[in-house]
Design a binder for this molecule. Sequence first.
Ligand code: ARG
Length: 465
Amino acid sequence: MTEKTPQTKSAMWGGRFAEGPAEAMQRFNASIDEDKRLAMEDIDGSIAHAAMLGGQGIITADEAETLIDGLETVRGEIKTGHFTWKLELEDVHMNVESRLREVVGDVAGKLHTGRSRNDQVATDIRLYTRRALDQMVEMVRQVQKAFLDQAKGHEETVMPGFTHLQIAQPISYAFYCLAYVEMFERDRLRLLGVRELLNESPLGAAALAGTPHPINREQTAKALGFDRPCRNALDAVSARDFVLDTVAVASLCATHISRYAEEVVIYATPQFGYFRVGDAYSTGSSIMPQKRNPDAAELLRAKVGSIAGAFTTLTLCTKGLPLAYSKDLQDTKKPMMDALDTLGMSLDILARMIDSTTINAAAMERDASRGYSTATDLADQLAAAGTPFRDAHHIVGALVAYCEKNDLMLHEVPLSDAVKISPRINQDMLDRLTPLASICAKRSAGSTAPEEVLKQIAFWEDALA
Ligand code: ARG
């Protein structure tokens, strides 16, 4: 293949080279597309650094002010789309610095004193990730609120609870929704945990070994909202486990989203008919006029694929990397940004889809009494009246077989027939086998009993306020 004429040498690092990089190499080497998204963080970091250089007397106060004003000008240009990104300047760091030189002149060359692109990019990504994590935490909270809104007023709306997707025992719709509030609460706490772990400043680690300039890392850390500077410069520039951490948590959260999405797909079928997702989040068929498809839920179910894929990509990308910086690390930006974009969009759609969903209480109640869902309640009543639970289990098993043969629900069995199976069964017991009686009979903390569910609702109203 014929090589294109080598480009001009880099103004940033070309000193020791006779020729510039090949055009193909420039394209391959650049990270501009992802880096555009780091521009605000990059400028925040540079401003903190310039202020610190001035404060420490490493540059004059006037020079620091010039740099900061210039950086704000560049920020404005980027924000308003008046900034020309140059591929040959490789990344956000050199694009900004190069433009800064055009704006403020040669003093721009002093900005890079006591730092390197290695600590600069590590700082930028931590700031970017922190902001994204904060957004995700809030979005998860919106999802939790949507579930809580669904729950309210439905402590006595019965539906079947499933194990193995077989009707198991009656539960309330509120109780069901609150299970998801719990699941997403753990995601929220995990996101906050990742945030806490990453909130240390790499800035001032320089290339890997620190710097002879009398910089103040506490000051820049504080200015950027970090809890403290990273303790070890070598680790600071090479660490990307916070990127993997973030995507791992995102992947788990997406897994949870997919679990609910799957239930929506099932419950929105005419066969189940429990849920009706609003028109705004449902779609039709181009050929079958009657169709009402749960596309939002199906896409939500699918998204974990690309997010979990990003985690695998990141694992393989960072596996076996020696300390400290290697260019491989540049490739960690895109998978994380994509994963967070996908998770953010999913959480947003999920909250809206939940808000749009209405339920068919009659269909839920119909199924809640099918499948001998209150068989355990009868066994529990026999046990409470003194029959050993294992014997009670056996008696009720025989009664279920009788019901199956005679096409009856448990509470429809005539007492005269029931006592033939066991004289310990009485009418009061049979009367308590409706789904509502079943949930109301629960006593244990955390159960589906309406008073327990009301306690949970009160807890979450407070916690999510
Ligand atoms: N563009 C690089 C990245 O995204 C910045 C750091 C470059 N450092 C270096 N020594 N080449 O990771």
